[in-house]
Design a protein around this ligand. Structure first.
Ligand code: FUL
Length: 481
């Protein structure tokens, strides 16, 4: 948008201004860092839970499992990466070490790893294989390194923290770029602990001295985002079902929360006036368990269920981290692949045609119109700025459009601002409120009954300072009657 057009639009449509790298938006709000914005763009990527538990049929190993149990006879990380990329996912986060302490890479700091397993006669390095496959298929790779370690004799002491950080350094220096580091909140309890077989409780708030660990990640992988219940870059959505809160603020009072704190899920909606921008990530497994269990082969989530999850995570200001429990062969199971491909086709089908590109854009208060490209160009930096509450951005069509799904995006690089909105549609010559919602954030997907729409309006009923809308989309999901 050039300056001339900016001024013209400002004059003819007083409440609707067009922004483009606009300096005029004063910002006292918390805003995302470039690494958070890059992460937010990924939207949908895979978790892989694969370890000793895949062979013992457990979800949480005790820590005394023999490495000899780890024997994936057909392991093929190319198959994982191909599956993930063909599913339309942008990356993969692997459980390098789960709570049982077994390491999928030959860490030089422990014997409890693939180097003492029969897999490749102890010569294998799963992290290396996955990093090569990820590169080959254009995926980003992230690592899960469980802070809780039920195998390690020193767990609970300072010596363990040195061990943990040494392992983190290995993961961050030996396998190329890492896009995400996942710090789990489940911490402390009973375990093997080198043969002690006892319960070890730690103080979640103080034991791990997280700021020191975070520095290591910043130093070795400055572009990586760090996940934990409390950030520092992205936070837990508060449940493992795949559903973000209807109200989801990306802001939170960071200093009032810490990983593993009891009752954490009360922070799921975030806090509007929070001091830090720490968006949510929605983690959920494609099966009931995180690890593979043959008994769950017929319990893979259906395409409809996954689509509902997608709309309630990516479409509720979150990113979707969908877990694939790799099986004992060392492959993503056929049933999981079928659901993943079904979801991919569904997403492609629904979002193939953005009807909003065929609309003219106007404000309720004015008869002047312009084309809608500013809201359909996929660019964060071109956005519409609303200054007056209850203003409506209207998309008007020449002829009615059959539709049932609406997408809205805020220009979140300037902070999350919208508290509430309504969607109104012109159906059979009368305006009807078809949806009322609260937050929008990076992306809000709204589904509504199929209607023949002559025009659709986004009414910004409440926001902090100004509302900045960067994208709007109207779609038709032909699977809905
Ligand atoms: C939880 C863990 O305890 C589960 O085993 C799983 O790894 C999940 C993603 O996080 O806190």
């Amino acid at each position: 948008m050039n300056n001339y057009l900016k001024i013209v639009v400002g004059v003819i449509l007083p409440a609707l201004l067009i922004g483009c790298n606009s300096q005029e938006i004063k910002n006292s709000l918390p805003v995302p860092s470039p690494r958070q914005l890059n992460w937010q763009d990924l939207e949908y990527y895979a978790f892989v839970h694969f370890s000793i538990n895949s062979f013992t049929d457990k979800e949480w190993g005790y820590g005394d499992e023999s490495p000899k149990l780890f024997n994936p006879f057909e392991l093929d990380t190319d198959q994982w990466a191909r599956t993930i990329s063909e599913a339309g996912m942008k990356g993969v986060v692997i459980t390098a070490k789960h709570h049982d302490g077994f390491c999928l890479w030959p860490s030089k700091y422990t014997e409890h790893s693939v180097k003492n397993s029969p897999w490749k006669n102890g010569e294998g390095d799963l992290l290396k294989e996955l990093s090569e496959s990820s590169k080959k298929y254009g995926l980003k790779m992230g690592v899960y390194l469980s802070p809780w370690d039920r195998n390690h004799p020193d767990y609970g002491t300072d010596a363990y923290l040195t061990y943990y950080r040494n392992q983190l350094r290995e993961l961050l220096t030996q396998y190329g770029p890492i896009f995400e580091v996942w710090f789990d909140g489940a911490n402390g309890g009973d375990g093997y602990y080198g043969g002690a077989n006892e319960t070890r409780k730690i103080d979640n708030k103080t034991y791990y001295d997280w700021p020191l660990t975070h520095q290591i990640v910043r130093e070795l992988q400055p572009n990586a985002v760090m996940f934990s219940d409390a950030g520092p870059d992205i936070r837990w959505v508060g449940n493992e079902k795949g559903y973000a809160n209807q109200t989801t603020w990306s802001t939170i009072y960071k200093d009032s929360i810490y990983p593993g704190m009891p009752g954490f899920n009360r922070f799921a909606p975030g806090q509007e006036k929070g001091t830090h921008f720490i968006p949510t990530e929605t983690d959920v497994s494609i099966r009931p368990g995180w690890f593979y269990h043959q008994s769950e082969d017929d319990e893979v989530k259906s395409v409809e269920h996954l689509w509902d999850i997608y709309c309630n995570s990516v479409g509720l200001n979150s990113n979707l981290l969908l877990n694939l429990p790799v099986d004992r062969r060392g492959l993503v199971h056929e049933n999981d692949i079928a659901s993943l491909q079904g979801l991919k086709s569904k997403i492609e089908r629904v979002f193939e045609t953005n009807l909003a590109t065929m609309a003219q854009l106007k404000m309720e208060s004015s008869s002047n119109v312009m084309d809608s490209s500013i809201l359909t160009d996929g660019q964060r930096e071109s956005f519409v700025k609303i200054t007056d509450k209850d203003s409506k951005i209207i998309l008007e069509f020449d002829a009615t459009k059959s539709s049932n799904l609406f997408v809205i995006q805020e220009a979140i690089q300037k902070g999350q601002r919208i508290r509430s909105f309504e969607i109104e549609a012109l159906i059979d010559a009368s305006w009807q409120v078809i949806y009322q919602g609260t937050t929008i954030g990076n992306k809000r997907i709204v589904r509504f009954p199929t209607s023949n729409i002559k025009a659709i309006a986004l009414k910004l009923t409440d926001f902090n300072d100004k509302a900045l809308i960067s994208e709007m989309g109207l779609y038709y999901d032909s699977d809905v009657n």
